[in-house]
Design a protein around this ligand. Structure first.
Ligand SMILES: [Zn+2]
Ligand SMILES: [Zn+2]
Length: 132
């Protein structure tokens, strides 16, 4: 079972589901909310037991992002389809998980490159691979 928590510990969660690989997202929203790029994996929302108060920000008409109101840790993204995307930086080790690629690489910041050999998609997963 994967467990996660924010930096201050006011928000924590347990996931009662097998998690798939972690995907990096380099879109401008993810870069701004996290300070760099994000790395997340989805879980059925019903399988995530959250303790503490999460503040939600409606970042686009179809999606919201959840963070700790005390320390600001960015923890969750969801688009109301029954899945909750968990930001992998909040996971307690060992996770047993690995990364499988990078999406919205075409929107990444101009100050870094990813060289881990994983596929880097222009936008979403059905878009062309532009690196890796
Ligand atoms: Zn916190
Ligand atoms: Zn993103």
């Amino acid at each position: 079972m994967v467990q996660g928590a924010c930096l201050c510990g006011a928000v924590s969660y347990k996931v009662d589901a097998e998690l798939g690989p972690i995907t990096g997202c380099h879109c401008s929203q993810c870069r701004k909310i996290s300070g760099h790029f994000t790395a997340a994996t989805p879980a059925p929302k019903d399988a995530v037991a959250i303790t503490g108060e999460v503040r939600w920000y409606r970042s686009s008409p179809g999606a919201q992002r959840g963070f700790c109101p005390t320390c600001g840790s960015y923890l969750f993204w969801e688009e109301f389809d029954g899945l909750l995307y968990l930001m992998a930086g909040a996971f307690e080790a060992p996770t047993g998980l690995t990364m499988d690629g990078h999406i919205f690489y075409g929107d990444k910041g101009d100050y870094y490159e990813v060289d881990d050999g994983l596929p880097c998609y222009q936008t979403g997963r059905r878009s062309p691979v532009i690196k890796g």
